[in-house]
Design a binder for this molecule. Structure first.
Ligand code: DGY
Length: 325
């Protein structure tokens, strides 16, 4: 990089080590309040910066991209997901965009298994049973108490067999699960690792005693898990989502959880989050987490460093390794 530091709009407060590196290497304007800036908030602050380091909480549709001042040349998102950025608009405007793949794969796969086990072993009900001495009141341990669904020998359907889907498969295989998957294209045998390929999501749903969602949020995957899809699944199946909330139709999932058509769900992501469907708050067979898939110190640091690596490359005149546009 040249002696003059590039100017960077830091649209969230990122972990301390990431902030330290950003502040050392760039001339930064930081969102000290760490609130959710809208596109208009970003545009209002971008008059004097060369690039923006953002999170997925700010949306960049075409009108925001086109509203950015001409001095903004790069947008680095601190996320693997990039559905919040209109890449076609960015390409048309000549705005370079990067994301942070790879570094969060293992952390999200860990949370996938956390949700799978918590949902199938009824962890929420167990936890709630202890509160207020309810367990004591029912006389403690019973042979028929809180019986869940075992994972061993069951089919785990993986919808979207990218990096995270494959890392979840590694873990699930170690638990004795049989892996099936649907992906836009079939994987090579060394990546498949014996997993059974289904050429349609519907074919996968029919065999999925457990389903784990790892596909991208696109117009094609919007509400892919809807009433028709759930009706295809085996009775008492379990659904896990660590990808994006809008892949699930909440009305259909909640109806199936209420009737027991689906035994349980483990969800880390939600439609319209953080304003989620409030019925999840009281559904005892929904184990819910607040989008913590990548939330470890190690992973969030790695995401920030990866975003800064991309910015550094751009300002050195090199190709950012995770360039999307
Ligand atoms: C990601 O990296 O896409 C996470 O879901 C955070 O937005």
């Amino acid at each position: 990089m040249s002696d003059t530091k590039a100017r960077l709009l830091v649209a969230r407060k990122f972990p301390a080590d990431v902030m330290a590196r950003a502040l050392a290497d760039y001339d930064c304007i930081v969102n000290e309040a760490d609130d959710n800036w809208t596109g208009a908030d970003v545009i209002a602050r971008a008059g004097d910066v060369d690039a923006i380091l953002t999170s997925a909480r700010t949306k960049y549709p075409a009108e925001v991209i086109n509203g950015l001042p001409a001095n903004v040349r790069m947008l680095a998102t601190f996320s693997v997901g990039y559905e919040h950025i209109d890449l076609e608009a960015a390409k048309a405007r000549g705005l370079v965009v990067s994301n942070t793949p790879d570094v969060l794969t293992e952390a999200v796969a860990d949370v996938t298994i956390l949700l799978l086990l918590a949902a199938s072993r009824r962890a929420r009900e167990g936890f709630e049973m202890l509160a207020g001495d309810k367990w004591l009141a029912v006389g403690g341990w019973k042979p028929t108490q809180n019986l869940g669904t075992g994972a061993q020998g069951k089919v785990l359907g993986i919808l979207g067999m990218g990096r995270i889907g494959r890392a979840a498969a590694v873990r699930a295989r170690a638990m004795g699960m049989e892996i099936h998957y649907h992906n836009r294209s079939r994987l090579a045998p060394d990546l498949e690792q014996g997993a059974v390929y289904h050429d349609t999501p519907q074919s996968l749903l029919k065999v999925s005693q457990f389903l784990s969602i790892h596909c991208e949020s696109t117009p094609e995957t919007h509400h892919l898990i809807n009433a028709e899809g759930i009706a295809l699944m085996p009775e008492g199946a379990i659904v896990v989502n660590t990808a994006r909330g809008d892949i699930i139709d909440d009305d259909a999932l909640i109806a199936a959880l209420e009737t027991g058509r689906l035994a349980a769900a483990g969800l880390d992501v939600f439609n319209g989050e953080p304003e989620i469907d409030k019925r999840y708050y009281t559904l005892k067979n929904a184990f819910i987490l607040p989008h913590i898939g990548s939330a470890t110190v190690e992973t969030r640091n790695a995401m920030g460093f990866r975003a800064l690596d991309n910015l550094d490359a751009f300002f050195k005149g090199e190709e950012p390794v995770d360039r999307l546009a």
